[in-house]
Write a protein that binds this ligand. Structure first.
Ligand code: GKR
Ligand code: MG
Length: 431
């Protein structure tokens, strides 16, 4: 039997409006960068994927083009071997110190794998979740993801706001620089999306203020709404233990309070609250030391940097074996990524914690039909073949124009922050 081969490989960098959100590394630029990959087979079946935008990843994708064109999209193992032979394996330390993952090859592999799975799903007329072993739930719950932020809509408006915006569109533009404004942001986001758990991105202000924001959220939402805080590794071990103890019984988990597996393990020993990470255990190479040290209870997987959806399923088995729970990390993203996250979220076992998503912070979209809908904080699993979403080519072209105009080629939150506070410097550990 003859199977159609991949004949086209398209790489489209895009820039997506993003508000001035604050984090441990500084400030989000007015646009978040994403790259959309599209593979097309000889019989014109198209498979798509979306990954974080970065010119180095785009260059590596370009380099992989001639290796991928001519391959059978079903032969994902062979494709992985070809890419590994070309690029080699990255070291865990290559992820860097920033809150987001700075590796290249894992992202290349993920983008090609998801696009191949999209093609396979379309050929056999089944959703991707069925290629991951099948659906364990019909809808995937997500958590509200709160950010400290300056006033502003992002994009062309930058720190300006749209006076005609209402509801969450208006709330998304408001400043959130203290506990009361964080509570207001949480109320507006939960009202719009129906989220039933809440995460606060920390590592922005000194811990006392951020813990006060958690206490204010607890007061406002009551004990039945699970809370989390993520200082992105900026706290010392002592600070993590001190404030971790204060939040015991209030938060469902503490995410990356401090840097490195050893430090995380020391904090974990001192607290009853589970620890989660998307920073200290982020690759298969990190698993042996994670198990040996006991650095976390929950691994926040992300198919974009764990090398794809099948690799993420492999991670779920490792988590089951070594007594880790699994949930999901996110960065600014659009609907192709969200669809892939939902297929994975529907397949994973022992779903204990609602997944992270930045989706409420974005207003653009590149899939036909517009923004994906949340029902009571959850996204129904798309039932169409493959990812179950189709590329909106006009919207893609518009966001590609944004990319060409905005002048950004990779994320650098420190530079953005220095435009507001010229002497601001990223510190790997701050408090
Ligand atoms: O978007 O600013 C952000 C986040 O800080 C993101 O880059 C992190 O990778 O959400 C992420 C996290 O949970 O650490
Ligand atoms: Mg995190």
């Amino acid at each position: 039997m003859k199977f159609p081969k991949i004949k086209e490989f398209h790489i489209t960098p895009i820039a997506v409006v993003d508000p001035p959100l604050l984090n441990a590394a500084g400030l989000h630029a007015p646009y978040a960068l994403r790259t959309v990959v599209e593979l097309v087979t000889e019989d014109n079946i198209s498979g798509v994927s979306e990954i974080p935008g970065n010119i180095d990843i785009d260059k590596a994708l370009e380099r992989s083009k001639p290796l991928i064109i001519g391959q059978d999209p079903f032969q994902i193992n062979k494709i992985r071997d070809i890419l590994l032979a070309e690029f080699g394996t990255e070291k865990p330390a290559d992820r860097g110190f920033t809150p987001w993952d700075q590796r290249t090859v894992v992202h290349v592999f993920s983008s090609i794998e998801v696009a191949c799975l999209d093609i396979i799903g379309k050929i056999i007329n089944r959703p991707i979740v069925d290629l991951l072993g099948g659906k364990r739930r019909d809808a995937v719950p997500f958590s509200a993801y709160l950010f400290y932020k300056y006033e502003g809509a992002g994009g062309e408006l930058e720190f300006g706001t749209d006076p005609n915006a209402t509801g969450w569109d208006a709330a998304r533009q408001a400043s959130a620089l203290n506990p009361a404004e964080i509570v207001a942001q949480a109320k507006a986001m939960c009202k719009e999306f129906g989220f039933q758990s809440i995460k606060l991105k920390g590592g922005v202000f000194e811990p006392r203020q951020e813990v006060d924001a958690i206490l204010a959220l607890h007061e406002a939402f009551g004990p039945n709404v699970p809370l989390r805080i993520d200082p992105n590794a900026l706290w010392t071990v002592e600070t993590s233990i001190k404030y971790g103890k204060e939040m015991e019984g209030i938060i469902e988990y503490l995410e990356d309070p401090c840097r490195g597996q050893e430090n995380m393990a020391a904090v974990r020993k001192a607290l009853k609250t589970p620890l989660a990470t998307n920073m200290c255990t982020t690759s298969f190479g990190d698993i042996p030391s994670s198990v040996q040290l006991g650095s976390e209870d929950i691994i926040l997987s992300d198919h974009h940097f764990w090398g794809g959806l099948q690799e993420s399923m492999k991670l779920t088995s490792i988590c089951e074996t070594f007594g880790r729970d699994l949930s999901m990390h996110s960065n600014s993203h659009l609907g192709i990524s969200l669809a892939a996250m939902v297929h994975l979220g529907a397949a994973i076992p022992n779903f204990k914690y609602a997944l992270d998503t930045h989706y409420p912070w974005q207003s653009d979209e590149i899939i036909l039909g517009g923004r994906m809908k949340f029902e009571d904080g959850a996204v129904p699993v798309p039932s169409g073949p493959g990812l179950g979403v189709e590329l909106d080519r006009a919207a893609l072209a518009k966001l590609h124009e944004n990319y060409k105009k905005c002048g950004l080629t990779k994320r650098n939150d420190e530079i953005e922050m220095q435009k507001v506070q010229p002497d601001w410097k990223f510190m790997a550990t701050r408090w």
